[in-house]
Structure formats: C-alpha cells, structure tokens
Design a protein around this ligand. Structure first.
Ligand code: ADP
Length: 237
C-alpha cells in the first residue's frame, strides 16, 4: 500500500543574506491514512516548516515528496494550491477566522472557493458542520462574539468543509486554557477516529500524548519517531 505521505531526504533551506538556514534536513517520513501524528521539538527546530512543506504551503528545496500518489516536487505553485485545497484542512493557533464574517460564512468560504456547490447544498453542509462541532446555535455570531474554544471549533468545521483526507493543526490549543484544550483535542481525536489523518504541531507534551505517534525534531532533523498505545480514542471506546 502506498503511504498517504512519503518523504525521502526532504530539506528546506532559507537563504538569508550570505548564510543559509537549514530549517529541515533530510527528513524521511511516511504517514499512513488514518494516523494521528504529533510533531514536537524546541522552538526553531523546524516544526512549522515541516507542516508547511507537507501541507504544500512551502516548496521543499530538495528531496522527494509523494503525497497521495502525486510527486509534489514536480508541481507548480498553482498545482500545489489545487492539491492543498483538495487534500488538506488547516487549523491554526489563533484560529484565523475572518473577523467580519459569521461562523456560517467562515465555514462556507472554502465551499465557495472549491466551487460546484449550489447555495442550498452549501447551506446544508455548513449546518451539518456547525452541528458536528456543537455550534448550530452560533451560526450567525461573529468571531468576536465567541469564546476562544468556540472560535477554534468554527475553525475546525471550516477545515473539514471540503472533506479533507488530512487535517494539519499548528499549535491548535496554544491559545486556549487546559479545560478547553481538552475539548478541542477530543474533537480532533474523534475526527481522526472517523478516518481523517491528523498531523499536529505542539510543544505541549500533554497534547502530544493524545496522539498515537510522536515525531521529535531538533535543528531540522528527526531525532525520534515513536508510536504509543495511548491516545487511541477509538481503542478506548
Ligand atoms: P518551529 O516551528 O519549530 O519553531 P520553524 O519551522 O518556524 O521552527 O523554524 C525553523 C528554522 O527556520 C528557524 O531557524 C527559523 O528562523 C527558520 N525559518 C523559518 N521560516 C523561515 C523563513 N520564511 N525565512 C527564513 N528563515 C525561516
């Protein structure tokens, strides 16, 4: 079976003036459909760069990257963008919702970009997603009228809108208190249990321990790649 994500000696180098910064060095990583993987490491170790390269937001400098059977290194920026929209949903630390748009409108936006949805079909899909994240009674609220946890739930619903194979989450609980973080992690675990692959960057060991596999980076290299039995919501049920 081909892996959903398979990189070989993937590197990302940023030229800064006379020097080069090697943000990622020789990353060889395979991720199978349905996995839940945490990327950990100290600040500056390359976590966000890895998520951005795997998420087709940033092209690698060298090495190979096969994503869902497609060789990403051969794609143009617009082809990468199309693949990204098709395969990924993104969740960010600061939610990144449009401030002047309601929950409904924020979730509807990726459906409008994707095209092919009638107004009625979009409405049905958005309401289904709002219900999934428990916010069907907040459809017409603006982000400023929601708590941090509620805003992140809207962002998760938006990430799921186009039925992605992979959710990429960069410190998704970084701006939330412990109790709310747990609610968000449980929601992400449930989404993963439904078959969506989850790649999550965190510096928080409690968040990482909820994932089945933890990849640790230091200075742009993978220094450990460990699987554990914990964090399996599905297995615990
Ligand atoms: P982390 O997410 O683990 O904090 P990053 O992936 O953000 O680490 O950064 C890894 C290294 O690459 C750091 O040294 C950072 O300064 C550098 N870096 C990241 N993005 C850029 C960029 N766009 N231009 C130049 N250097 C960058």
């Amino acid at each position: 079976m081909t892996s959903l994500i398979a990189t070989s000696r993937l590197s990302r180098r940023y030229p800064i003036g006379d020097i080069d910064i090697d943000a990622l060095v020789d990353i060889s990583l395979c991720v199978e459909q349905g996995e839940a993987l945490a990327i950990m490491g100290p600040s500056g170790s390359g976590k966000s760069t890895l998520l951005n390269v795997l998420g087709c937001l940033d092209p690698p400098s060298s090495g190979s990257y096969m994503l869902d059977g497609t060789d990403v290194s051969g794609l143009s920026m617009s082809q990468m963008a199309a693949l990204r929209r098709h395969l990924f949903g993104f969740v960010f630390q600061n939610f990144n919702l449009l401030a002047r748009a309601t929950s409904f409108e924020n979730i509807e936006l990726p459906l409008i970009y994707a095209g092919g949805w009638s107004r009625a079909a979009r409405r049905e899909r958005v309401m289904q997603l709002l219900e999934l994240v428990g916010l069907d009674d907040r459809a017409h609220h603006l982000p400023s009228q929601l708590s941090g946890g509620q805003q992140q739930r809207v962002a998760i619903a938006r990430a799921l809108a186009n039925k992605p194979k992979i959710i990429m989450a960069d410190e998704p609980t970084g701006a939330l208190d412990t109790a709310v973080s747990q609610t968000i992690m449980t929601m992400l675990q449930e989404i993963n249990a439904s078959g969506v692959t989850l790649l999550l960057v965190t510096h928080d060991p409690a968040v990482a321990s909820a994932m089945r596999r933890i990849v640790t980076l230091t200075d742009g290299r993978v220094i450990s790649d460990a699987s554990s039995a914990v964090g399996q919501v599905g297995a615990a049920q």
